[in-house]
Design a protein around this ligand. Structure first.
Ligand code: 6LW
Length: 527
């Protein structure tokens, strides 16, 4: 029996997993997107359903003007005495040590209801990738990646520190203790998780940086705060590493879970770069591999072999199905994101039956605050995304359309606008790294009625299409390389993944007078 990796295709980095009886829950990081920390559920580790988010309110997550690649970083998801805990941090950007994130946890006794997560309880130790470990004796430990106090503008997360905390207040109960300082060339140690098996406390650490050197190391101790030792066998670490010439690479940032049948599994992130553009525009996705324990009690991931798309020992996975949102009056289906925390709700599904009404605000999709844009993670490299739009701009500043959106540095937009004294136009606009600006193709439209806009996605490019409702065939505006979706010169360019979405915007820094209406928004995977 085999299943296909990744188990969570599309933008799903930094997975953290826990099991409650026969239910598995998995959290992934969401960066500058809102709501924050995606939570998935599965009963077989193969088919996962998004059940909600841990950070859905301004009091939990306010990110505005946050640069791409910052925002909500790696979470840890744990279950303890009937409550679920998500620990994470919000990275605001590089600057100096004063911008080091202050981590926190939120908790709930009902993971199925987003509204029940508490407000943040902040920790004392600054850092990233907060991990909570609940020991059998009732004590709680925080482990966290810290930087060197060297004042560099780009701090290196170089060591994992641990401390016992008071769970209710989040406060330290002692001084933090160094658990592991990276010995890899990159000097990076992050993404720690502590778990217990057979009397040993295990500490797993993501080392080598998140790009090509990414790998996972394991240590163990008789006590949660160490000292942690390495396996005696030389070269046992890293326990997970895929070389940069493999189709799946940058594997690491692992969390472990014991299944109901006693089999252990590792979940971790990885990249699948396209053969022609060389970039992985889907971003860091969630993968799984079986874990065996050797005679000395050390974990061996995937039999010590590199991770591939085939996973032995799990039921067959269903490929992602076709998706659409009926836009019922009760609201949107789960899985829509904003870029950044919205100032107010700019959409409704009530004013026109079966349609989404989107009111453009004064931010454009290339701005860093919260544009009026609704996004979904693209969950298959190939597929067809289409939307029907009904939009009659009331002036030349108002625009609305659909987008392939990685970040303000990398997007493709297919939009409608009106020029003074001229007919309505369709504009294909995309980011151009050479000029640090945009490229455009413009075409006049001879209809005032609704039109269909579509992207045909392949692993290497997006074909951008338009047709009127009466036309049978789409007209091809152009095919744009997926390479435009990544700016290697920008920090964290591989941290996030691509979305498909709709937007309305105004180039005169004010809100639109009329809404853009959307219906029949759908994505049909073709892999
Ligand atoms: C994550 C950290 C990392 O918190 O990137 O490169 C951050 N390493 O482990 C975002 O995924």
């Amino acid at each position: 029996m085999s299943t296909r990796n990744p188990i969570l295709p599309g933008f799903n980095p930094d997975p953290s997993i826990c099991r409650v009886n026969s239910d598995y829950f998995l959290a992934t990081s969401t960066f500058e997107f809102f709501p924050g920390v995606a939570i998935y559920h599965s009963t077989d580790l193969v088919d996962w359903v998004l059940i909600g988010h841990a950070l859905t309110r301004h009091s939990q997550l306010t990110i505005r003007g946050t640069q791409p690649g910052f925002g909500v970083w790696a979470p840890t998801l744990r279950h303890h005495k009937g409550r679920f805990y998500v620990a994470t941090a919000i990275a605001q950007g590089w600057g100096d040590q004063s911008t080091t994130p202050r981590g926190f946890y939120v908790s709930t006794d009902n993971i199925w209801d987003d509204t029940t997560w508490t407000d943040p309880v902040f920790f004392d130790v600054l850092g990233i990738d907060q991990d909570l470990f609940f020991d059998d004796d009732g004590r709680t430990y925080l482990s966290v990646a810290k930087t060197k106090n060297d004042g560099l503008p780009h701090p290196t997360w170089e060591a994992i520190w641990g401390v016992e905390i008071d769970l209710a207040s989040g406060r330290n109960k002692g001084s933090p203790i160094l658990l592991r300082r990276s010995t890899t060339d990159s000097g990076v140690a992050e993404g720690s998780h502590i778990f217990k098996r057979g009397g040993w406390y295990y500490l797993c650490v993501a080392e080598g940086g998140t790009e090509e050197g990414h790998q996972e190391w394991i240590f163990r101790s008789e006590s949660p705060l160490g000292p942690y030792e390495e396996p005696e066998a030389k070269g046992f670490n890293p326990i997970l590493y895929n070389a940069p010439d493999l189709p799946i690479r940058c594997t690491g940032h692992t969390d472990f879970v014991e299944a109901t049948d006693g089999q252990w599994w590792a979940v971790f992130l990885g990249l699948r770069p396209s053969s022609s553009s060389g970039i992985a525009h889907m971003g860091r996705e969630t993968f799984i591999a079986p874990v065996e324990w050797d005679s000395q009690g050390w974990p061996v991931i995937n039999g010590g072999r590199p991770v591939t798309s085939e996973v032995r020992g799990l039921p067959h996975s269903k490929p992602p199905g076709a998706w659409t949102d009926p836009f019922s009056k009760s609201g949107l289906t789960k899985g829509w994101y904003h870029s950044q925390t919205p100032y107010r709700k700019e959409y409704n599904t009530t004013e026109r039956e079966g349609w989404l009404a989107l009111y453009g605000n004064g931010y454009m999709i290339h701005d860093s605050a919260c544009p009026s844009m609704l996004l979904r993670k693209q969950n298959s490299l190939s597929g067809n995304w289409s939307v029907r739009i009904d939009f009659t701009p009331s002036n030349e500043y108002e625009e609305a359309g659909t987008t392939v959106f990685r970040s303000k540095f990398g997007f493709i937009a297919l939009l409608l606008r009106k020029r003074r004294g001229a007919p309505k136009q369709v504009v294909l606009r995309w980011t151009d790294k050479e000029t640090d600006s945009y490229k455009e193709i413009v075409r006049d439209l001879d209809t005032d009625g609704p039109v269909d806009l579509a992207f045909r996605a392949s692993p290497n490019a997006y074909t951008c299409l338009i047709k009127t409702v009466e036309d049978d065939e789409y007209y091809e505006m152009a095919t744009v390389s997926s390479g435009v979706l990544q700016r290697e010169d920008k920090f964290g360019s591989c941290f996030t993944g691509v979305h498909l979405g709709v937007f309305a915007q105004n180039s005169n820094h004010t809100s639109n007078l009329v809404p853009a209406y959307f219906t029949q928004i759908s994505f049909s995977p073709a892999e």
